[in-house]
Design a protein around this ligand. Structure first.
Ligand code: ADP
Ligand code: MG
Length: 615
């Protein structure tokens, strides 16, 4: 707090800042605030999204305006309605101890009369999107002839969106003597042109380490065949049951399509892009903020600057056209001190593009493998177990217990657990049991063992006190293999996987032919995939599994095996509206997770009737 005080901010702002829970100023705040407080100057500030720009211009503007006057003194232009509302709310929060302060949001798609009425009340600060602003000035509904401060927020994006002429028009109605503060993540020619045209010897600020280069975000890529892109996305979602993510597509059309597929497949997903009506966009954003939507599929423009905390994954479903845009995308996660993961799903022909992005973010992408169906089942079961553990018992259950107990009285705890998990997982296991390996051998590291590699399934895991290192050591000792001859050791709860070059296959199988560890039979089976090395995985037969494989097989329902299906039914009417109607009671049931309503996806979460399909 003293750090904010040292910037020269007044007591009422410090109090609001304390209420917001800000402790230390961000870099752009530290650099910009003292200058803007100290003198009347133009400023160009280069800073990535998520660096705290709103406060960097917001605090000084609030401190400098006169709340006792009803004249409009500050104008903030921003590219989208979402940002406009976000900035407005932020300004109101910063100014909560400034009685008489009016901050008004002006944007398209809402009633112009209502907005005009608010302006008439006397707004010291207007936050606006250029289109509606120009319109209202043209109709004489807004007077900015006395503004002293003008902020161009996300200037590069406003120009990208074709607002150059609107901005020029708007500013022609403002006085010459004012301070203009321009904020931008990048500085393309168009932005410097604007800066030259509208500003006089601006102070320039660059915020060094961008959030994208921050250690908070790790960058990963998954190499798949282009046709497997969507299935890879689903696997990533299934492998991360608590995912809360923004998924980027290049076009509105793809954005809509991917969202519809996800919805159809039973995920809590929605699309946000420029073709949605304003009220649709609002509904989507609201649902996303309160976590009814776990996966928001977005275009770059629509997602720009959207400030939602705690996003766990940014997924680049398609790479952006410009490598610079990647930085905006990945900056959606890893905010406010949290860590985040930025994932890229690439096909072979795109993989070289990663290099130019790495130059910009000054970090390396880590090659990752799309989890196998088996790994996903493991994750999901563990997740369910934890959910059960953490579920608070609903006292209303008591009334039904006598009857329930009667039905279940003959079962032991162990049997009941198996049954509960079978209820939830049979469909899921069936779905994944024939799923193929989606990974494509990685070009990037030629040294990767792949072509002639064998993957093994081993029926010991972390339950047996192994971690990947100790298992690797154990296997190497046992098999007398060299340091690099054993790789991709992946230890799960009750089983593990590892790879050797195929030439060692005979040796491995012979040693494990009849092998006991502490009296227990240890089985090794060859898994048909290569752990991401080669092509198609077939999980049919004994290609992997856990302790209860036999049992599980016998419990398979007679639903036809699905595997991963790339093709969708023709009935793609899934859209956000329909979705939210269908999800209502799913959310009320206290599940943050997705509610299933599609048959194209296995039920995975929840116990008992909570997760039953509603279709
Ligand atoms: P930008 O405009 O640069 O994308 P924002 O101004 O939207 O960034 O700020 C991003 C998030 O960080 C917001 O949730 C904001 O409330 C928060 N924030 C801003 N400044 C600070 C600070 N000094 N300490 C903690 N959080 C902050
Ligand atoms: Mg911003």
């Amino acid at each position: 707090m003293t750090a904010f005080k040292a910037l020269g901010l007044e007591e009422h702002l410090l109090k609001a800042i304390a209420d917001m829970g800000f402790e230390t100023p961000s870099e752009v705040q530290e650099k910009a605030i003292p200058i803007l407080l100290d003198r009347e100057t133009d400023m160009v500030s280069l800073a990535q999204t998520g660096t705290g720009k709103t406060a960097a211009f917001g605090f000084p503007m609030l401190q400098k305006i006169d709340v006792n006057s009803r004249t409009t003194q500050g104008l903030i232009l921003s590219p989208t309605r979402e940002l406009c509302l976000q900035i407005t709310n932020e300004m109101i929060a910063y100014g909560k101890y400034m009685p008489g302060l009016n901050v008004t949001a002006i944007y398209g798609g809402a009633s112009i009369t209502d907005q005009a009425r608010q302006i008439k009340r006397g707004s010291q600060i207007i936050v606006a999107t250029p289109g509606r602003m120009k319109d209202m000035i043209g109709r004489g509904l807004i007077d900015i002839s006395k503004i002293e401060y003008c902020v161009l927020d996300e200037a590069d994006e406003m120009l990208n969106m074709g607002f150059y002429e609107d901005i020029t028009e708007i500013l022609s109605h403002s006085p010459k003597e004012k301070s203009t503060w321009l904020f931008s993540a990048t500085m393309p020619k168009e932005v410097s042109t604007i800066a030259k045209k509208f500003m006089h010897t601006p102070v320039e600020i660059t915020v060094g380490t961008k959030n994208v280069g921050s250690d908070q975000v790790s960058h990963e890529y998954y190499l798949v065949n282009a046709r497997d892109r969507y299935n890879a996305l689903k696997r990533l979602a299934d492998a991360n049951p608590e995912i809360f993510s923004v998924i980027f597509c290049r076009t509105k059309r793809d954005t809509q399509k991917v969202a519809e597929q996800l919805i159809e497949d039973g995920y809590n997903a929605a699309a946000i892009h420029g073709d949605l009506s304003q009220s649709q966009r609002d509904t989507v954003m609201k649902s996303f903020r309160n976590r009814q939507i776990q996966m928001l599929v977005a275009t770059d423009v629509a997602a720009r600057g959207i400030d939602v905390d705690n996003i766990t994954h940014v997924i680049n479903y398609q790479l952006p056209d410009e490598p610079e845009i990647y930085t905006h995308r990945s900056g959606r996660t890893g905010r406010a001190g949290k860590t985040g993961i930025s994932i890229v799903i690439v096909s072979k022909s795109e993989v070289r593009k990663l290099r130019s992005i790495e130059k910009i973010i000054q970090k390396q992408f880590v090659a990752k493998e799309i989890p196998s169906g088996m790994e996903i089942c493991e994750v999901q079961m563990f997740h369910l177990a934890n959910n059960i553990k953490d579920t608070e018992i609903n006292p209303e259950i008591n009334a039904y217990l006598p009857n329930i107990n009667e039905v279940l009285e003959d079962f032991t705890k162990e049997e009941l657990i198996k049954k509960v998990f079978s209820v939830e997982f049979t469909r899921f296991l069936n779905y994944y049991k024939n799923s193929k390996d989606l990974n494509v051998s990685g070009d990037r590291s030629q040294s990767e063992h792949n072509a002639d590699s064998t993957r093994y399934f081993l029926n010991v895991g972390s339950k047996d006190d192994f971690d990947w290192m100790s298992l690797k050591d154990f296997l190497r000792d046992l098999l007398q293999l060299g340091k690099d001859d054993l790789y991709k050791v992946d230890v799960k709860d009750s089983f593990s996987f590892f790879n050797t070059d195929t030439k060692h296959q005979e040796l491995v199988m012979s040693i494990f032919k009849d092998f006991k560890l502490e009296g227990r039979q240890i089985n090794v089976e060859i898994s048909k995939d290569t752990g991401g090395g080669g092509g198609g995985r077939s999980r049919s037969g004994g290609g992997g599994g856990g302790r209860d494989r036999g049992k599980r097989r016998s419990e398979r329902s007679d639903r036809s095996d699905r595997g991963d299906r790339g093709d969708r039914g023709s009935d793609r009417k899934g859209n956000f509206k329909k979705r939210s109607a269908g999800s209502g009671d799913g959310n009320k049931s206290g599940f943050k997770g997705r509610s299933r309503r599609s048959s194209d996806r296995p039920d995975t979460k929840g116990t008992g009737g909570r997760r039953r399909r509603r279709d």
